[in-house]
Write a protein that binds this ligand. Sequence first.
Ligand SMILES: Nc1nc2c(ncn2[C@@H]2O[C@H](COP(=O)(O)OP(=O)(O)O)[C@@H](O)[C@H]2O)c(=O)[nH]1
Ligand SMILES: [Mg+2]
Length: 348
Amino acid sequence: MKDNQKDNPISSAKRFRKKVNNEPTVEELCSGVRSGRRSMLAKAITLIESNADHHYKKAQELLQQILPFSGNSVRIGITGVPGAGKSTFIDSFGMYLCKKGIKVAVLAVDPSSSLSGGSILGDKTRMEQLARTELAFIRPSPTGGKLGGVHRKTKESIALCEAAGYEVIIVETVGVGQSEVMVRDMVDFFILLVLTGAGDELQGMKKGIMELADAIVVNKADGINEASARKTRDEYNQILHFLQPSTPGWETRAHLCSSLYHKGVEEIWRMIDQFTHQTRQSGVFADRRSQQTKDWLHALITDQLLIQFYGHEKIKEYLPQLERAVVAGDQTVPSAVEDLFSYFYDRK
Ligand SMILES: Nc1nc2c(ncn2[C@@H]2O[C@H](COP(=O)(O)OP(=O)(O)O)[C@@H](O)[C@H]2O)c(=O)[nH]1
Ligand SMILES: [Mg+2]
């Protein structure tokens, strides 16, 4: 059923507490999430991802109740080109953590899915083991959503997972567009997963993305690949030597891993453990989280401004004709913008 079909004229405050077409209430969602029920967590995330106006308000009410119980996790971001082995790595790494009794949630940020409805990240099929594990929660990236709001929705989904008791949150993204910068800005530890024998690729790789990473993991270090993986690791380490570290006081290094054969996964967890210990002691961990909360605030302001501006009746009415006017050269772009803001502020 479409979101707008669920809409009804009951005032919003009442509606949150009333059952609407069997949608769980905020209270039910809150207690369901807090008791760690995966089905309720999934419903809560669906609510947050919804673009319907009345869902937005309900989602914010839920978040308000959930927020005091969030924050208690290690947030890990993973990026890499399609085929690097991100899903396989998360499956192996996640299984390792679950076997230690650690609850793991996996979220995806896929810039392709909001643009085209397609997906570069694929679905959860490659995390087959993890998907069957009690202690894990996997949320494939939302498809068909509008652009914008991705930052807010991912941050809020992280908070919900934390309130549901997940101790490690993994956010997966593809190194396309700005999504890796966005994910870096919402996690504690950021991993760049790369392929072996990437000598040429290394030359072409933007140093910017290497500077986001707290660790570079050379995946598929197995079989006939192993020797070239070592070489690749050494090459990355040489370059890393000249780059700015992503986290003050932490030296970013390249490591070997075989996600398929579960090699190197334990070492990566130990390194992350050391990282969180060290940055918690130095205060860098808390500083980064504070900064991220400020970024969240600003991302939300930007979202709200866009929604209000483009949703404004007069903007909707006049924008098409102003678009035509600037294209035809009848009006300059700055003057069209000035006109639009005059409509927006009711000066016209
Ligand atoms: N040999 C080997 N193959 C791997 C490894 N990790 C992933 N693969 C394979 O690489 C392909 C792409 O993996 P996938 O996890 O889907 O990559 P993603 O696109 O980055 O999520 C799949 O065929 C995997 O089986 C590994 O450590 N060793
Ligand atoms: Mg994948």
